[in-house]
Design a protein around this ligand. Structure first.
Ligand code: ATP
Length: 364
């Protein structure tokens, strides 16, 4: 009897060959394929100009689709008018109408959809409660803080009970502390409503801390799609390794399976099946530990180690950054300040150690 294949989470939002060519001929989004399960939060992350906003605008219907499909719950909405897509949208600038009260702002989309006055009032109050602003309906936007205004914008997006929520850099106008709070708040609301959400950001911390799935974009394509830990621990390319988190990038040569040579030293690393050729190694600064030179005998054979000299020490609050010179190459090492009590000083000789799995090697 044939066994049924276990079904992965069915995708609720599906992009198929999604492409945007602007009139200038420039291809901003290039044949994008992506599946997002229902209730999940996807972060589109990438440098300026990589096409993340254009992708979001195509899903919303604010930019026309040159080619491809946008499936929401199985319906291709790629050629539907924006208001027929059941999408809630929040922008970076809250885009609230200043002359209207908070309640009128939130009710705006309901009026357009022909919802009765009475029902609108109940739904506005419900939306205000969702974003923890009950009773604020009669205020004007200017009488509220930036964070509160952004919550009103969120309430306005949610009040229409959208099938998909789209957030375009919603936190970038807020100061650092408020941004931290709003990350948690948006994530909680998204989880509570279990609403399928796409979040555009250029902030890697935001993408890693808030999202179920992160899509790293470069040049209109997906460089990698994965969970935050997959993206961070197993970057698919040097671009992803450098864009998400910091990395020391060093020229090396693969000289055998899982062996990479830097200068005249051979280190162990995952070479992903490659056994030769020029490559780049990426090592995250906080994945390197420092041992005083006199303790050389204590260094485990299971790790890689290199002898070097401290060229510079920079105190950055929670962490101390050491720049260690190893055979002319400079390696950045970060140690939590609380555990940096080695008493290392400039020009000290020491050993840098890192695990084979923390040396990411990318063939060229
Ligand atoms: P940012 O973080 O700066 O907003 P992004 O990743 O969101 O960047 P997009 O706004 O999607 O990038 O733009 C992708 C590319 O398309 C950019 O190179 C941009 O210059 C180009 N582009 C955007 N709008 C147009 C347009 N109307 N006509 C031609 N090119 C455009």
């Amino acid at each position: 009897i044939p066994q049924a294949e276990p079904q992965p989470d069915a995708a609720f939002l599906r992009l198929r060959g999604l492409t945007k060519r602007y009139e200038s001929g420039f291809i901003a989004v290039d044949n994008l394929d992506l599946d997002l399960p229902k209730g999940k939060l996807l972060g589109l992350l990438g440098p300026s100009g990589c096409g993340k906003t254009t992708t979001l605008r195509m899903i919303a219907g604010l930019a026309s689709v040159t080619d491809g499909e946008i499936l929401i719950g199985g319906d291709d909405v790629a050629r539907r008018a924006p208001h027929k897509r059941d999408i809630g949208l929040v922008f970076q600038s809250y885009a609230l109408f200043p002359h209207m009260t908070v309640a009128e702002n939130i009710a705006f989309g309901l009026d357009m959809r022909g919802v009765s006055r009475q029902e609108a009032r109940a739904r506005v109050e419900e939306a205000l409660e969702m974003v923890r602003l009950p009773g604020y309906g009669s205020r004007k936007p200017k009488e509220m803080s930036g964070g509160q205004q952004q919550r009103v914008a969120l309430a306005r997006a949610l009040v229409i009970r959208p099938r998909i929520l789209l957030l375009d850099e919603p936190l970038s106008n807020l100061d650092a502390k408020l941004r931290d709070d709003m990350r948690i708040e948006i994530r909680e609301i998204q989880k509570r409503l279990s609403i399928t959400t796409v979040f555009v950001t250029h902030d890697q911390v935001e993408a890693l801390t808030m999202c179920d799935v992160v899509g790293v974009m470069a040049g209109g394509r997906l460089a990698q799609l994965g969970t935050p830990s997959e993206i961070y621990e197993k970057p698919a390319s040097l671009f992803v390794a450098e864009f998400v988190g910091r990395a020391n990038v060093i020229d090396c040569e693969i000289v055998g399976r899982d062996q990479a040579r830097i200068g005249d030293q051979v280190y162990r690393s995952d070479t992903k099946g490659l056994s030769g050729g020029k490559a780049k190694a990426a090592i995250r600064p906080h994945r390197i530990s420092l041992t005083p030179d006199r303790d050389r005998a204590l260094v485990s054979n299971a790790t890689n180690s290199a002898r070097g000299r401290i060229a510079r020490i920079t105190y950055i609050g929670d962490i101390v950054q050491y720049e260690v010179e190893i055979n002319g190459a400079m390696l950045k090492v970060e140690v939590p300040t609380a555990s940096a009590g080695h008493g290392f000083g400039a020009d000290d000789m020491l050993l840098c150690e890192w695990k084979p799995q923390d040396m990411l090697v990318f063939g060229s």
